[in-house]
Design a protein around this ligand. Sequence first.
Ligand SMILES: [Zn+2]
Length: 405
Amino acid sequence: MNFHSMWAELLPVGRSSASGGYRRYAWTGADADCRAWFQEQAEARGLTHETDRNGNQWAWLGDPAAGNAVVTGSHLDSVPDGGAFDGPLGVVSAFAALDELRGRGARFTRPLGIVNFGDEEGARFGLACVGSRLTSGALTVEQAHRLTDGDGITLPRAMESAGFDPDTLGPDPERLARIGAFVELHVEQGRALDLSGDRIGIASAIWPHGRWRFDFRGEANHAGTTRLADRHDPMLPYAETVLAARREAELAGAVATFGKVGVEPNGVNAIPSLVRGWLDSRAADQASLDTVVTGIEKAAREYAAAHGVDLDVVRESFTPVVDFDHALRDELARILGTETELRVPVLGTGAGHDAGILSDRVPTAMLFVRNPTGVSHSPAEYAAEDDCVAGVNALADVLEGLACT
Ligand SMILES: [Zn+2]
């Protein structure tokens, strides 16, 4: 089965007819369909298939117990109304690259694994990369047990109702110790390759990123009878802070977004008592990120004080910079630079990935495939089929260089 037909087969799974976007959430029916597809692909190629103790799926050529395995793959789940490419492109390309290598008559000297990491996007339980975090130990079993979806269903109950035993959850150092290299192919979630005119890129690093909650507390009052001069309206410093975030990010060459906001009492004719905004900010390095967030917080405190509003800022999560393994990255650049005509740029990304979670346990690298609009986490996410096929060939070259004679 070639790239095109595999892609076509997976395309309708979990797609909303209303939005055209994907709703492949962890441990739902759509997730089960994706998992069944993965298992079929593994079995059709004579690979051994297993689901590990944390719900990640593996397909093996050769015996992983031999160690020093080369693993590729990504994830099949999606954000709410996500695109077709984020995740599935890496999994479909992995099977297609194996087919390509078999067509070339390549002989494998290392075990080859193809992986579908569970619950990468965190759409259902609010935490990204649950499968890889559990495996690496970055997420404890106790923390995993507390994860709850919007309907109050805990992660263990959701797993159970999908036919998976949640009692097996936990770190899996033995499994990670068998992996000598992990290469994740992913659609680019920005326009760097489009701007440079390249089909394929190699990741250098994942930007440090975090989430901060800004609570502006003022005084609820009547929107009709309260004089402007008498108000303590938290919406005003919040609005000014949103603009400050844009300004600070522009100055530092970073990104900053207030993408989620809660208002109390949330009435049309009421001055709010509380405006709670969540800031997501990311930058190429820690110093730039610190500058951006400190600048936004300082501005927010000044605006709040000017309006007689209290402000609390809480850092809710933070992920430091992930610098991918330099030796593996250079090896990829060598393979793709000498054995193909590709000129392969090395670029950083502001998006998180399973590869980033594994990178402190396993030598890890990423390949990006051009995304002409840069749009991601949206039904408009897109990569041209020619570029996807170039990605498959680049991945095949990399796997051949790493795992074959
Ligand atoms: Zn992804």
